[in-house]
Write a new protein. Sequence first.
Lengths: 149, 346, 366
Amino acid sequence: MQEFDLEQMVQNIEEQLGDKIRTERDQFFTVLNIDSSELLKLMRELRDDYGFNYLANLSSVDYGEEFEVVYHLYSIPDNNKVCVKTRVSRNSAEVDSLIDIWPTADWQEREVYDLMGINFKGHPNLIRVLLPDDFAGHPLRKDFVMGGR
Amino acid sequence: MEHLFTNLAAAFTGWMITLGLSPVWADIILLLVKWIIIITIITLNIIVLIWLERKVSAFFQERLGPNRLGPFGIFQTIADAIKLLTKEDIVPSAADKLIFKTAPMFFIVVAVMLYTVIPLGQGMEVINLNIGLLFFISIGSLSTIALLMAGWGSDNKWSLMGAVRSVAQMISYEIPLAFSLLGVVMISGSLNLQDIVAAQDNLWFIILQPIAFITYFIAATAELNRGPFDMPEAEQELTGGAYTEYTGMRWALFFLAEYTNLVAVSALMATVFLGGWQGPWLPSWLWIIIKTYGVILVFFWVKWTFPRIRMDQLMSFSWKVLVPVSLGNILLTGAGIYFCKWMGWC
Amino acid sequence: MMQSDIYTVNVGPIHPSTHGGLHAEAVMDGEIIQDVIVHLGYVHRSVEKIAESKTYQQFVPYTARLDYLATNLPVLGYCQTVEKLLGIQVPERAEYIRVIMAELSRIASHQIAIAATGIDLGATTGLMYGMRDRERIMNIFEMTGGQRLLSSYIRIGGVAADIPKEFIPVVRSFAHDIPLMIDEYNGLMTGNEIWAARMQGVGILSLEDAVKYGVTGPNLRASGIAYDIRKAEPYGIYDRFDFDIPVGSRGDSLDRWKVRIEELRQSGRIIEQALDNLPEGEITARVPKVLKPEPGIEVYHRIESAKGELGYYIVSDGGKKPYRLHVRAPSFINLMVLPLVCRGGVFQDIITNIATLDPILGESDR
């Protein structure tokens, strides 16, 4: 296998996906902002063609109108890293599940569903993982009203 | 000193006869008195024993152990006993009440019955039974039923699992246990424990029957549900096994019975393999106590060193290792006796 | 033919061997495990939400309560993340002290794992051995931060206070004794026949599955790959130290156990090197009272905690509180393979597997 080249990879992917993808770079990560419709395709490609076999982190951020789902990918043992982000609107918060690509997405997606209220299409067992089953609301949303005190 | 207790018993019988009782009645009363004395000694002994186990385990684990109540914490067990006596007696609402409540009593009664045949000194035993060893083994197996009752009556999965495991374990280990004692019986030619002690006049059976001693020790550890074979309790897995639902004094009865069994089995081991009450200088009843405590300390040592074995490994160990080895020992013993007779040595 | 039924046994949430509030629902066929369903959340505190209402400094003690058995590691991870966010340069001396404290925490955590595995498998004396040796680390923590369990000694920009005079000889003698401790653990437990029988071939986690399920830390290395973030993506000053990565081969419980024991030795080596090279100087950088990272900046930083990859993902909106903080908890993700490794085993293997996967529920439930 040839030497992994992040720039080359980004170029290839940009050519392929055109305006569905927007690349950003900061001092820590190369961030691929992908349209949620193309997420599954991109992720499959990242794993199969570029060796990102390890989904380290799956998280989500509430930006008011939109939610952002953030994936941090690494490759073991080469240790290349890339960050993938996708945005979904608050009203139809639904993303494709990555459980078929990385089984580790299982509980992490359940956690995001539990705390942020984003649905993952294709997840076989999307139930709350940390909070009780009868809990109302999703606490990590910014509009969640905290009770008590 | 040697005849202290036998003389006392004889004097007591004589005193009763002078009071006008017929010798038969005097014998029966003497029997009851012996029983009561033995039960009292067992209970007091166990208080010491629990303290001893805690101290010994503390020694193994580089801890201090009980050290607050009395010198060296000797009264700790008494305090614990008082605590247990005053605790609430909880009976689960779904429990099979009769079975649940009788199980600990059954367990302790069976455990105490074991002492009937053990020779505690020269001419010192409750009953000199000519099938003493057989009696001991049979009564010892009865405790299985008590554990099954406890597990079934509690209506709890942990309890039932513990009970089922202990039944499987005890039945499997019953066989090598009996087999390993058979070698001794073959040499001594008697099931009477006093006769077995007498047969060890010159040589202890641990030297003639080393394999039997080891298999008996392992099987006895399993019979006693002690580590590394403490499957029925298995605090870390079954949260207490058959005893999970028991509280207060009912639980304490199980605890008491386990130690009673421990002392009984150790005493039998001393009797059968270590020359019983025979020994120089000291009186016979002191020798049996010393030997029994020696065996108990080995039991403690094993328990506090080994991890717990897994259930399937436990079963296969019994059937694939212990049973063949103890059977082989019987064969070897038989051949040895035949050889000995052929050579005209015995 | 005997007919058998499927039944469930609830291991936890209140059970002696679940290392906290873990609830594993075992679906059993006789003694054979068909499946294990893990229920989490019994110690959920929603620290990610709490973080949004605390300033960056105020959140430090909360991180100490994630992995409370290796308290300095989550604190170190958090502080380094914030430092990355703000571009703070930590003084040399503080970096070395941090490494010593982090490795001591790792040792403490592994010793608890050893102790807990001991008690879970019925080797009660093993518990006391592990606890006895960990006690010395607790005394060292008390010496530095004044607190034994949750010291929060590492702060943003450095450490809270300089180490006392008697610190270095005490730590050095501890590091010196680590091989002796390992000999004792091996003598009592690893070398025991029953111990090997209980662990060998139990809970096998193949390398492929381990990577797929995102398992990290000693559990991943036991499956046969030398992947340690301290070497793969060195953070702090870890690139200056010379140490080996212990690796297993079969990925069973015994390998996980052995990897942990061997890591004690390697951590000891790191501590000795750090003590040798400990420079004089400042112990904390000049950090403003109110921390305000640039708006829109975000960072994912990961460290090798005692349990695996501990990551913090922080998004800043320019305010003095994090806009969003996510903790990538290794225990949470490592626990995902519990059903996988338990299936087909017998009931007692659940306990062995929980013990050797070494989850910490404060971290997995957050």
